[in-house]
Ligand binder design. Sequence first.
Ligand SMILES: Cc1cc2nc3c(=O)[nH]c(=O)nc-3n(C[C@H](O)[C@H](O)[C@H](O)COP(=O)(O)OP(=O)(O)OC[C@H]3O[C@@H](n4cnc5c(N)ncnc54)[C@H](O)[C@@H]3O)c2cc1C
Length: 429
Amino acid sequence: MSENKRYKTQVINDEILEKLSLDNRYNFVNDNLRVILTDKQLNFLKQVQDFCVNYEAKNKITHGPNEDVYEWYPDFGKEGYITRQTPYSCIDLNYEDYGMAIEFMRILALDNFDPQFAMGSGATVICINPIYAHHEDVPERLEALKELVTGQVVGCLLMTEPERGSDAVHQLTTCDEQEDGSFLLNGTKIFNTNAPKSKWAIAYATAEKNQGNLLGQFLINTSWEGWNCERVGIPWTPKLYIGKETLNNLKVPKEYVLGGIGKGREHLFEGLIPERIAIAVRCISACWGALAHAVIYANMRKQFDREILLFQGVGFSLADLWAKTTALTHGVLKFAEIYDEKHEKYGDLPDPIAQSMVNSASQYKYICANLAKKVCFEAANLMGGAGVCDNTLMHDYISVSRILEVVGGTKQIQQFIMSRGLKRLFKNL
Ligand SMILES: Cc1cc2nc3c(=O)[nH]c(=O)nc-3n(C[C@H](O)[C@H](O)[C@H](O)COP(=O)(O)OP(=O)(O)OC[C@H]3O[C@@H](n4cnc5c(N)ncnc54)[C@H](O)[C@@H]3O)c2cc1C
């Protein structure tokens, strides 16, 4: 197999493979979304799509197993396509197009281009968000922020521990404050996307084990002494580097303490709303990516002398997946727009609005992950053998949708958060 070949053996015929080009898949998505997007959203979406199409052609990217998605960061960063949640004026980027709805467009374009790359860059974004929120104009933090947002380096978030996954608040990693205001961190973290490739990491640790109210939040340079990282094997996303880190008396100077003891819990919860909306968007993007493949394929593949789309078993099933994807796209986009509106109006969200957003972010993460799992799997099945071989991105969609169920809180945890929300609503009556 040559270095940059996508597949071992061609299974799908030339004509269909050609039709499954990124350009055509983007056109399919755009034809579906044109009516519901604002001009600004559609223009930005097309701008990122054009970049991806040209980038793929120019660099002869096949999305084959030998490509290193981490090499693409600086090129996407230069264009401002690592994140668009805010204008990043504090580091002089001043993006004109920004906000959660614009971020939706960015993720959609990147995910259709390469789902594993989109997932990895999402982990850099959850490293960026807390630095942006708590940089307080400290030069060291701003420097890290600029490197990350512009894609010069990769970032990661260290919340999960070997013994503390869903129960993220009761951490075992400790932070001991020193006289000079620095902290010593000790403990083990796990399942941290990008960690083995990252320059910067955000970590949570507590002054006393299991005490959620004593959590702090820290920015770590992974070249510091005391950082030890191994790669965890996740067969579903072979191009991503997921880490297990042992922090051994790792000293965090005070300039890098984003939240001292007691502040970490609040920082942890504020980060969860944008993280979960972004995961919901990635789920929706995976649905569109899988549908674009299956719809093109089913319109061209013939069995019994007819295009398979014309058999009800295929055509009606695709129609069902298409309807559900469209409806949820409308919902998530509206929610992203509301999130932008409220932030524009209030800056920091008042408590009742933030509480309502926590519930909605969980609802969308929950329902979109559920849909992505179904759409990606069913769409691949509707393509028969072509849907499970290595000729297209379908296996990435199935794999990534499997992971999207787990990250950012499993479905049971989203149900748990939502059921608590129902209790709170009842108390208000
Ligand atoms: C590929 C990948 C990438 C990841 N990236 C990151 C990252 O970048 N940063 C990071 O910090 N973490 C990351 N994670 C970790 C992820 O967030 C956790 O795996 C997840 O929160 C679940 O924790 P756990 O694996 O310890 O499972 P556990 O918490 O042990 O859960 C096991 C099972 O028990 C269920 N369960 C647990 N508690 C309850 C409850 N109260 N009610 C009902 N059911 C419950 C869960 O739903 C699950 O089904 C990643 C994980 C994966 C697989």
